[in-house]
Ligand binder design. Structure first.
Ligand code: C2E
Ligand code: MG
Ligand code: MG
Ligand code: MG
Length: 285
């Protein structure tokens, strides 16, 4: 009997493995088709100045709304695109589209997520320079976000790439801070301009709680290392209040706006700019 059970277990494992493989192969094919048929889109989520509430930056987020099999969130296909190398054309699509879309919007800064595989690619720097030239996007307004996971495996490479982009005027933010294991020593040597505090650190953030201490400490640490701090996933006014008091520079989250299509984002940005103008006119008068 035990023998049969063992056999069944192997069969179940194989089936699950097979399903996973089939799914990845199907998605790989779909990404290729999606790129060829223009099924992808870029959405924009505002980042606001913590003190004034003005929209000062925007994060570009990849979307797949025209996938015939149904929309798939980036967390469900970025990994696959990384494994197959499709992240290179996908990533360039996002960068190109976002630079074109955001270039006309005053001095608004643009954040684009970059995968480790792109950062590692020797052509990446040249391709970025090309897109900036084509779209006339000022490098000073562009920031790349990279996640913590990659840092441990490739510290020297990251330091060098960060330096190269910085020399050209761009900046790099450390995304999802607090989910990985970056040591304080590394954090100092990388030269990031920003850290983005992960949403998971904001969960159940009440004044005086241990969570609040942790977030406050992280902000102090980053400030001490001359980095600016963005909190992502801010959903409540209470979280925003606490983050402001702790000295966080920028806030991003559903409280201020979800990721949205370009037209909606431009409308939100124009409203935000008008509000700032009215406020300064009142002040001058
Ligand atoms: P991320 O870069 O950390 O982006 C933040 C994610 O949190 C986004 O999910 C955003 O929609 C979500 N978010 C923002 N504010 C809130 C909030 O207040 N509440 C909640 N519940 N969620 C919030 P999204 O768009 O599904 O993207 C997931 C991840 O996929 C991103 O995490 C990023 O790692 C990756 N990704 C997205 N676009 C790209 C891209 O163009 N290239 C690469 N390499 N990765 C991308
Ligand atoms: Mg990001
Ligand atoms: Mg993040
Ligand atoms: Mg994330």
């Amino acid at each position: 009997h035990a023998k049969t059970g063992g056999k069944n277990q192997v069969a179940v494992y194989d089936a699950a493995f097979d399903e996973g493989r089939k799914h990845r192969l199907a998605v790989e094919t779909q990404i290729g088709r999606g790129l060829a048929r223009d099924e992808f889109e870029v959405y924009y989520q505002p980042e606001v100045d913590a003190q004034t509430g003005r929209i000062v930056a925007v994060e570009a987020l990849l979307r797949w709304p025209r996938r015939p099999e149904g929309p798939l969130p980036p967390d469900d296909f970025i990994d696959i695109a990384e494994a197959t190398g499709q992240i290179h054309p996908l990533g360039m699509f996002v960068l190109e589209r976002a630079c074109r879309d955001i270039a006309p919007l005053g001095d608004l800064r643009l954040s684009v997520n970059v995968s480790p595989a792109q950062f590692r690619d020797s052509h990446f720097e040249r391709q970025v320079a090309h897109v900036l030239e084509q779209t006339r996007f000022p490098p000073e307004r562009l920031q790349f976000e990279i996640t913590e996971g990659y840092l441990l495996a490739n510290p020297e490479r990251v330091v060098r790439a960060v330096e190269t982009f910085k020399e050209r005027g761009m900046s790099i933010a450390l995304d999802d801070f607090g989910t990985g294991f970056t040591s304080i020593h590394y954090l100092r040597s990388y030269g990031f301009s920003h850290i983005k505090i992960d949403k998971s650190l904001l969960d159940g953030l009440a004044p005086g709680s241990k969570g609040a201490m942790l977030v406050t400490g992280a902000i102090m640490l980053a400030c001490g290392l001359d980095m600016r701090v963005i909190a992502e996933g801010v959903e409540t006014e209470e979280q925003a209040q606490l983050l402001r008091q702790a000295g966080c520079h920028k806030l991003q989250g559903y409280l201020f706006g979800k990721p949205m299509p370009l037209a909606d984002f431009v409308a939100a940005w124009e409203r935000s700019e008008r509000t700032v103008l009215q406020a300064s006119a009142r002040f001058a008068g």
